[in-house]
Write a protein that binds this ligand. Structure first.
Ligand code: ADP
Ligand code: MG
Length: 700
């Protein structure tokens, strides 16, 4: 049970004055993910993005446009709109020694205005100044006070990220009340860390950030900002450490084998394993052999050759007489894996079945039967693998491919199936080290660096979209010569429909040149249609495949050597890298054409430059983190919410490791969190919504 101390923070926001259902709705979109319930706490976690400092005064004549300024002015006269001028604004003219400004209000009542702006009074007004025909005006100043009033008001005011319809004033008032509800909580951070980092208490830190005295208080390097970041990291790392403790605690099984299938597999491979692959396989087999459960992340760039590593683990599981599942995020990928692995598996004496949501009726029943009897060694599929109707005879190994979108509790759920199976997660998103800790801090990590030998570099160019005709011509000669081409159209305004239109239009334009050599694949197609389109491309019946980003993850067509990405400026760096990884997999030299629509913004320019400079996924990931923060790297972009709310990885990464070590140390000495500090840490977990982690404490 959540400590009652926190109850005021977990009340609905409508319990605050000035927050009705309408404001609550706006706060909901601003502060939490869809479907999550909004609490008073979420207001506390909404930190200011800057502040207005009204102690600095400016003069009318020199006031710049677009930034918020504070002026000291004398009220000169009122000009109310005439009766006939419906919709015309009410203007109050005011002056200082440098000039005149109109304070402009729409739909204002005369009586109210006269009261607010007494003629002859000297007042402070802040807001944005607009200049038009040499005249200055300020529309709906956001702050108005007489000099006497200003004495008592706070002249430094935080500014918050807002959403349409929500005013800063309403938000600040709500946050002010939330702060008042913040209870005193026992310190949960290790005293030595508190001292070394000079952390104020949580309550003091929140108060300081929401009521800054100066710009330095909002600096991410300030002790209050770092304290909050640390709390968030600690909650995250403690939850992961608890998950790890739970998984490891229920001991696994020692999976050993005689090596026959591994040997057969190695012989069947058309290539020799790279050093990186051999290393990763060694680590995985050692984990499987140990009686502790395997909890391993295999991190390797697109095309690094993770599949064969997984296959070796599957072979070992088969030798040990247990079943494996290989879970792919999409139907296309599941099919591709199954097709790609079928021959090797057959040669190594491993029986494979593909199970997806598309299997129905008798076919499905037959597969379930084989899985249940243990005849199937490895099942490849999508989420359908974890439906209750799927019963395994003895599931010993779960492999999750390309799925960095899984959270820790989904990983735990996966591992519930079967008898304490080993778990291997493979991700092609080369996320930076700090993010690995944040998302996979519960796991051991193997990294597949580099690419299989013999890979040719991908020539990458960025061209303005007016060069499209040239590209079409070049593509023409390339497909004459037997090349295969991906043509990617981006998401338009996040809407699947227009997304589709762009791809369909591009396909029809290309068909004017290349006829039925042009295929199309998009997210709205039925599964079978997608497969057919991909198969036609893979087999060379079509030479160009126009695609929406459904091809982003993992699709393998080694003969494809050119990828054209339209509106490259709309893609994130990691996404561009993933897309580019579709080519450069075969013998031929490859090319990536990034078509963009000018003018390019600063970030887009930087992204395209990095793409031209490097193919190193890990470097690209680090650059991506610098360019735009961590949100998208962890695949949370759909929700628009960053992974962390208080911490900013680009500033606070150093604290993450401290938090990880602290979390592991705590559990080593107090695994059930029963000590005084343990109790305080439970409060921390609740505060950050890690209730699931606390449930682990009870069940463990
Ligand atoms: P990913 O890590 O993106 O899943 P894959 O496992 O799909 O990469 O491998 C990409 C391609 O590289 C496949 O066509 C695979 O057969 C090939 N490959 C994997 N390992 C090697 C190797 N050691 N030498 C040569 N080619 C390899
Ligand atoms: Mg793969």
């Amino acid at each position: 049970m959540r400590p009652s101390l926190l109850d005021p923070l977990f009340a609905a926001v409508t319990t605050l004055d000035g927050v009705g259902p309408k404001v609550a709705g706006l706060l909901q979109t601003l502060l939490v993910r869809p479907g999550q319930s909004l609490r008073v706490r979420d207001l506390l976690f909404h930190l200011p993005s800057g502040l207005i400092d009204r102690r600095r005064r400016e003069e009318i004549l020199s006031a710049g446009q677009s930034s918020i300024v504070t002026l000291t002015v004398r009220i000169d006269r009122h000009v109310a709109p005439g009766r006939a001028q419906a919709g015309a604004p009410y203007r109050v003219y005011a002056q200082d020694d440098t000039g005149e400004i109109a304070l402009t209000y729409f739909r204002a009542k005369s009586a109210w205005m006269e009261n607010l702006f007494p003629i002859g009074e000297t007042m402070l007004v802040s807001g944005k100044v607009e200049w038009f025909n040499g005249r200055a005006q300020m529309v709906h100043p956001d702050f108005v006070a007489t000099l006497a009033e200003a004495e008592t008001l706070s002249l430094v005011e935080p500014i918050y990220p807002l959403t349409a319809g929500l005013s800063g004033k309403v938000l600040r008032r709500a946050i002010g009340q939330a702060l008042e509800r913040m209870p005193d909580v026992a310190e949960w951070i290790e005293p030595s860390v508190v001292r070394r980092q000079t952390f104020p208490s949580l309550k003091a830190s929140l108060a300081r950030l929401h009521d800054p005295a100066d710009a330095v208080d909002l600096d991410p390097a300030s002790p209050p900002a770092r304290r909050l970041a640390y709390d968030e990291f600690l909650a995250n790392q403690l939850a992961l450490a608890l998950a790890r403790q739970t998984m490891k605690g229920r001991s696994g099984r020692a999976l050993r084998g005689d090596g026959t299938r591994l040997a057969a597999l190695k012989k069947a491979l058309p290539f020799t394993l790279t050093e990186g692959q051999t290393g990763a396989i060694g680590e995985i087999l050692a984990d499987m052999e140990s009686p502790e459960r395997m909890l391993r992340l295999l991190q390797g760039d697109v095309g690094a050759g993770k599949t064969v590593v997984a296959l070796m683990a599957i072979a070992r599981a088969a030798e040990a007489g247990v079943q494996s599942v290989l879970l792919a995020p999409t139907e296309i990928l599941a099919r591709q894996h199954a097709a790609g692995l079928a021959e090797l598996c057959a040669r190594a004496g491993i029986t494979l079945d593909l199970l997806t949501g598309r299997d129905t009726g008798r076919k499905r029943a037959e597969k379930l039967e084989r899985i249940g009897s243990g005849e199937t060694n490895v099942v490849v599929g999508t989420h359908a693998l974890f439906q209750d109707s799927v019963a395994y005879r003895d599931l010993g190994l779960v492999i999750v491919d390309e799925q960095h979108r899984f959270g820790v509790h989904q990983r735990l759920q996966l591992a519930e199936k079967g008898d304490r199976p080993d778990l291997l997660v493979m991700t092609a998103t080369p996320i930076p080290r700090t993010l690995v800790l944040a998302a996979f801090g519960d796991m051991d990590v193997s990294r597949l660096a580099g690419k299989p030998a013999g890979r040719k570099p991908i020539a990458t160019v960025a061209l303005a979209e007016e060069r499209l005709p040239d590209i079409v011509q070049r593509i023409g000669s390339a497909i004459e010569a037997g090349d295969r081409v991906y043509w990617v159209c981006p998401l338009v305004e996040e809407s699947e429909k227009s997304d589709l239109t762009a791809a369909e239009e591009r396909a029809s334009v290309l068909r004017q040149f290349f006829g039925d050599r042009v295929g199309l694949v998009h997210g709205r197609m039925k599964g079978e249609e997608k497969d057919a389109a991909m198969a036609a491309f893979k087999e060379g019946r079509t030479a160009i495949i126009v695609a929406t980003t459904v091809i982003e993850v993992g699709v393998d067509v080694p003969d494809a050597s050119i990828i054209v990405i339209e509106h490259a400026e709309r893609f994130g760096l990691s996404q561009l890298h993933q897309l580019r990884g579709r080519v450069g997999r075969g013998e031929k030299p490859s090319a990536c054409v990034l078509l963009y629509r000018p003018p390019l913004g600063e970030t887009a320019t930087a992204r395209l430059k990095i793409m031209r400079e490097t193919e190193d996924g890990f470097r690209i990931a680090e650059e991506d983190l610098k360019l735009r923060g961590e949100g998208d790297l962890l695949g949370t972009q759909q929700s628009g919410m960053p992974f962390f709310r208080l911490a900013r990885l680009e500033h606070h990464a150093d604290l993450m490791e401290v938090a990880r070590d602290d979390a592991r140390l705590i559990l080593a000495t107090d695994p059930a969190l029963t000590s005084d500090r343990g109790q305080a840490l439970r409060t921390l977990l609740y505060l950050f919504g890690k209730d699931e982690a606390i449930r682990l404490l009870r069940s463990g």
